[in-house]
Design a protein. Sequence first.
Lengths: 374, 220
Amino acid sequence: MNRKILAIIILFFIPILPIISTAETANLRGIDTPNDNGGSIILEWEVDTEFPRIKSYRIFRSEVTIGDMKPIGNAEPGVNRYIDNKVTRGKGYYYIIQTIYNDGVVANSPMIGPVVPKAQWFDKSLLPTAGGVLIISGILIFFIYHAKSGKKLTIRRIPGLEAIDEAIGRATEMGKSILYVSGIGGIRSMATIASMNILSRISRMAAEYETPLLVPCSDPVVMNIEREIIRNAHMDAGRPDTYRQENVFFITEEQFAYAAAVDGMIIREKPAAIFYMGAFMAESLILAEVGNVSGTIQVAGTDSITQLPFFIASCDYTLMGEELYAASAYLSKDPLLLGSLKGQDIGKLIVIACIIIGVILQLLGYQWFTNLFR
Amino acid sequence: MKRQIPLIISFVCGIFMLIQFFIPHPGFISVYRGILNWARIIGVFALIIGIGTLVRLHFRRITRRSPGWFYSVVVFAGLIVTASAGIIGGTRGKLFVWIFQNINIPLDATMFSLLAFFMASAAYRAFRARTLDATLLLIAAVIVMFGRVPIGDFLWQAVAPQSWVDKVPFLPEQVAEWVMSGPNMAARRGIMIGAALGAISTSLKIILGIERSHFASSSQ
């Protein structure tokens, strides 16, 4: 009973007389959270070896050295860390931790402070990522500009990309349209951007052959950009008069409603060729199977790994992952763009080397190398 | 100028977005959030244009009495009723929620359920053991299917010798898990690494203005 009264008295006096120091919560220290925007402070303390007796910890904070200590949070017994997220950058804070025991006794740590949260200009935890980006980018830029020297680069045959000419030719011969589906990814998706680069090549060929190109879109921003791309392709082909703005249209952002609408178009319009290029999810098989049943030549390309098996099963040709990104360079045969493919290959070699080195070092018990990639 | 300005914007924005990823300073974060807000605002206006194209397309179908024009009437009815319910009663209004729960969700579920039948037909084509690749695919698929359904372990425990079952009671499940986490995961990661390098390469080409296929060469 006396201990409870003592606890109440201590709690009562905490706001005005905060420092009733004991050695129970040892080595409390506060540090500015590294690699952040100055929005938090980390408090760490040594866990009392008798922590089964501890009920909880209470954390108090003040902006001045004496008095005005306010409780800001609790920590469970056995926990030795608390992150104070409600701080203002550049301001100093003082802390104490109060240990509350099962029998009601409370003990305060010595007060620490001022701890000043600061914003960092570089997130050091991302240093390996920054290094990787710089190395890979450097290699790519080197090979892109190295290609300017005129040295002929050999690239492997990609049947899926060679089939594009065949598919457009088939549509032209049959007098039917081409359907281009750029997936359900928004403009922030890299696969959508790669898809646009392919669309510009395909639309140019379609414009040259005067073959109608239908582009149903699931994202209005993507639709507007694709309209511009196709209009430019028609201008390049010298046939601005054949550009039909209404052939590039928005359907819906709803995944399955979009799939239903495109399936309907495949059944009604019976296009001679269908291209699926971009980011896809569960609608991929719903689209590709309907296209397969309608007997259309289908070429797909995506980096959505879970959808690749469906496209492989249902389409005539499938571009897998990096082939989607290589398509623009492959189709244009522009030496500068082809140089980037060479750079990508060197990047892959570096990744393979890192994997082998990582495996060997890990087997030998050295973990620092694999930790760089965590 | 028509060519230079978009290239400069691409370069500046691309470099900024690359750098800001590594800088946690509030100044950079606020600019980044501002850019994201611009993207949202542009998206809203683009949506208005998108709905405009949808309306024009279906209006033309109705006026020309194109095949299936009646479905365009359904599109208009759905658009007007749903938009009115949302605008008047809010997105938590009774009618709007009713439309969502009783029309949207069942229709979505219907389309999604079709996937099961499409998977069966695609699997039938893919697993015909005509080539070595297709045979391997078939074997892997059978192993994984047996491992993923309770009857796989049941059959193993019923058919296999008891001494084997005692040693490995859930063999089909374990083999399926090995296929998924071993060869399958290795192939997936290989594709992912290639795609990531391709994405970096495409980004760089756009930032540096080397990839210009989205511009008309006549304007270059």
